[in-house]
Design a binder for this molecule. Structure first.
Ligand code: ZN
Length: 273
């Protein structure tokens, strides 16, 4: 069975530790790791439903595992493929689009990167330039994941957090759709690479709900802990429309009414049906 390591870029503590992987808008920090985690979770589900075994070493929404530790582990596990999921940033806010990196001497990684670019275009999204970057020594493209892995490895930058249009898809109102589509782009490219015909199970048909565990709990009008809305009570159940995301020291869900609520498992229980 084919085994793919899904490498979630960075960790839940990267920003706090000065790693600077994210973007600030209107005083709210949006961390790259959270987006990478959402894509990875959906990709994991899609690959397994297509008969591909997966390995997630860096766990979603969890503290960062260092790059050397990651590649040592992938090499020791001898996985067939390492796919690293990221979002880009630039001081040029007009920079947008998606791209993939492969080690410059690795023809199989290049073939896979080309499949990614092809699927990006099939899905109607733009690429950053040609969408293809050779990762090379002695330049800014000298990426650890591409260089230190013994097997085929690709690193994707799935849009620019610093661009207005891409931001809406990565963190904003378009996130649910975008995460679903980007995960499918990855899954289709990987299936084509291994000669497996991709079967879509119709997406995240499992709807998430949260049940209130606390006696009473605040909701919020916006993703801001100071912007309190109304109190909800123990036993009430709400439909999740935006999955767990980071807000200034904690995590929130957005619920169907449009309000926001803490994702702290002490106060809410999440389940699917
Ligand atoms: Zn990154």
């Amino acid at each position: 069975m084919v085994r793919v390591a899904i490498d979630i870029g960075h960790g839940s503590d990267t920003w706090e530790n000065g790693g600077g992987k994210g973007v600030v808008r209107n005083g709210v920090v949006y961390e790259e790791h959270n987006f990478n985690s959402l894509v990875a979770q959906e990709l994991d589900r899609l690959l397994r439903s297509n008969g591909i075994d997966t390995l997630l070493y860096q766990q979603p929404f969890s503290p960062e595992i260092g790059l050397t530790q990651r590649t040592n582990y992938y090499n020791a596990q001898n996985v067939d493929l390492v796919w690293s999921i990221h979002a880009n940033a630039s001081s040029t806010t007009s920079a947008e689009g998606r791209c993939a990196f492969y080690w410059y001497t690795a023809s199989e990684a290049r073939r896979l990167a080309e499949l990614y670019v092809d699927e990006v275009r099939n899905a109607g999204y733009s690429t950053h330039g040609t969408g293809l970057h050779a990762s090379q020594p002695g330049s800014w493209t000298n990426l650890h994941i591409c260089r230190e892995t013994n097997m085929t490895a690709v690193l994707t930058e799935n849009g620019f957090m610093t661009n207005d249009v891409d931001f809406q898809m990565i963190f904003g109102s378009g996130q649910a759709t975008y995460v679903a589509n980007i995960a499918r782009i990855h899954a289709k490219a990987i299936c084509r690479f291994f000669g497996i015909s991709f079967e879509d199970d119709g997406g995240s048909t499992e709807q998430k709900y949260i049940e209130i565990l606390a006696d009473s709990l605040w909701t919020y009008n916006t993703p801001d802990w100071n912007d309190r809305a109304v109190i909800v009570n123990r036993g009430e159940v709400f439909t999740v429309i935006r999955d767990r995301f980071y807000v200034d020291g904690g995590y929130m869900y957005q619920i169907k009414s449009g309000l926001y609520i803490t994702a702290n498992p002490t106060y809410v229980r999440v389940y699917t049906r």
